[in-house]
Design a protein around this ligand. Sequence first.
Ligand SMILES: [Fe+2]
Length: 154
Amino acid sequence: MALLIWQDNLNTGIEIIDGQHQRIVEMINQLHNAQVGGHGNVLVGEVLDELIDYTLSHFAFEEELMEEAGYPFHAAHKRVHDIFTKRVSEYRMRFQSGEDVTDELKGMLSRWLFNHIRSDDKAYAETVKQHLNHFARTHQEGGWLGRTLKRLFK
Ligand SMILES: [Fe+2]
């Protein structure tokens, strides 16, 4: 059973961002399933690594998008990502040293992600949406957006 269920009020209205957020939610659910499925720590560790890597790529993408769009609070938003990234790396280190942190981590991730999307991410949505609309009208595919996605999500 899924731990987290996507709710409509999590949508920012930016398709590409909503897709990435949904993927993170899916990966938190996979982490939950790997843990309760009793497949052992190897699988949990793999899912955890994948989840962290994907989330970091998503953060980097969001940060570049905010900057590219000229969002005035992008530096503050990046600091929030950095603090979160530090917390997650601490969990990863505890996990690697054999501690069972999965329950704690799942709780922290789901609370943090939903709060962050509903407040911080929604705050940039308007500026970024306007920029992307403008961008779509004036640029061809393979421009900044295409290149950035290719670089961050290999
Ligand atoms: Fe964010």
